[in-house]
Design a protein around this ligand. Sequence first.
Ligand code: CO
Ligand code: CO
Length: 372
Amino acid sequence: MNNSLRLQEELNKIQFQGAILTSPESIRYFSGFTSADGLVFVGQGLTALVTDSRYWAQAEVQCPQVDLIKFQSHIDISLASALNTYLKYKNFSGKIAIEGDSLTFDRFTQLNEELVINGPCTELKSLSSLISSLRLVKTAEELQAIAKSAAVADLAWQKTLPSFKEGITEADLCAELEYQMQKCGARKPSFDTIVASGLNGAYPHATVTDRVIQSGELITVDFGCLVDGWCSDITRTIWLGELDSKSQEIWQTVRRAHDTALEAVKPGLQGCELDKIARDIITGAGYGEYFSHSLGHGVGLAVHEGPGLRRESMTILTPGMTCTIEPGIYVPGFGGCRIEDLVYVTDNGFKKLSNAPYQILGMKHPLEAYTK
Ligand code: CO
Ligand code: CO
């Protein structure tokens, strides 16, 4: 069954007659259109795309099965008014779900004026999580696309590591890694690459700086790319030379938490249970207060999507879901460490999609991991 039909079924269950999709991921997932410049309407027996003349030819190729509503600014005031004309023509009436988490207030106001005040819609209601929940379980094809994205990130990492030497800055290492990802087949990074060295490692989502990387300190590199629209997300913590004992202890604790949680991934487990496995190890080692974020998240068309592996997450892992396992320790005034891998849930366990080897204690450079 195609994705638009699946959405129509879900809407039916809650007596909604339509949905307006505005996030780039939903537009693509439910219509096949790969630009975010437009909006998609899904109703009973119909899927329509409203977009302007820059995209008409593209839309006709990418989604021939979808009704193309040609927006022209000299005829319609907004995408919403073009949609209103279409809905009236189709004799639509009823409640419409929207994605509040991707809609600006201005666009919401337009939709409300056109479709509710002057149109056939009785209610607009944000149902973002219901809409995104349809993307939770991936098809075999989707998993293959995500695996390809992860493989590109892995290869780019290997090609970047020869540049990792004393004297390089965070910004240069970041530039090299992003260049290699593009050379290896990515369109762009799937999020802002993080290279956090030394003290900067204390910020889980540090901004890249011109700081020169020093020998003997932990460097957290969190990266991923977009290949054919699908994301990857991986983190390796690396260093040059030898680590002091506290850095070693932090790295070892994170690695143990990461490996234990990763090995535990299987269908039936709740997000919170998996988070607890890693958190208990880090807390037991005395670093609980420094593991300040959740264990992981799903990856697909968006780099952060469901299932959330959080302390309060009741989502049950199901075959076909993806998730990252990414425990970390961040000590203010000292530094930090995170190890992140991307896996998917199989019928009886998991399959790892990110496979770049880990630098382990005793190695003076991360490339040594490739020859062991
Ligand atoms: Co990451
Ligand atoms: Co992540």
